[in-house]
Design a protein. Sequence first.
Length: 304
Amino acid sequence: MNTRKIKDYVFITLKGVAMGAADVVPGVSGGTIAFISGIYEELITSINNINLGLFKSLKTDGFSGFWKVANGNFLLALFIGIFISLFSLATLVSWLLENEPILLWSFFFGLVTASVFFVGKEITKWNLSAIIAVILGVLIAFYITTLPPNRNIDSLPFMFLSGALAVCAMILPGISGAFILVLLGSYKTILDAVHEKDFKVIVTVAFGAIFGLLSFARLLKWMFSNYKNLTLALLTGFIVGSLNKIWPWKRVLETKVFGEKIIIIDTNTSPFNYEGDPQILYAIIAALVGFSLIFILEKSASKK
């Protein structure tokens, strides 16, 4: 970890940008990007190292010892990328969701479909328990994607809880943190807070996210240490089950208005039954770009 050069940290920051961009979209997980780009287990281990013992080492070993144990350079580079992405791409992604939803969802559908292959190939032993874990992951993720979204709630304690739950989903490949926020009814509030620089809401969500991240990383680290094969099988299932949410062509079932907030409840439909221009050719191109991007990311990770 100490042999990394400046160039390596630039690439880690770019992976953070990609994670942040994915996390803005309800249906795509930054954890999937982390996994494909080869930094997932290092991320979980580094987060797991942040505990009270680490802060005691600040007294005994000084800041440099503390920073080394925390894998600080890696985390700093990654989170700089994530924050750059969240603050710069939130507006672009909002615009695309509003104006070019088919192309955006097609891109991510291709990206997530390719992710299934790469996470799945990490499963070293295909036995009955691995198959059950995949099926369980598919069913859980599929069920989550079919839940109706809640009305928008913007109380600060609820924002803290939203941050904690969403970040747990964000570091799970397949389960989208942004979609969890949609289900909780706090997605629009948080996106608006980022646009309008409402730091009271942003800081509350951030503290919730830190709390969720530190507690959930311990569980994931334990699962990877003791049941790596089963954990990978479960994560593969999560990714497959999440494809339901990001199918590009939707048919609106119901539109709910809560004050100024509009929530659309929709269902998947065939591009041939889609009301409006299905943009099939452009959708296929966007999906192929997303699919190819995963191969490029994976190649760069395996080269390293």
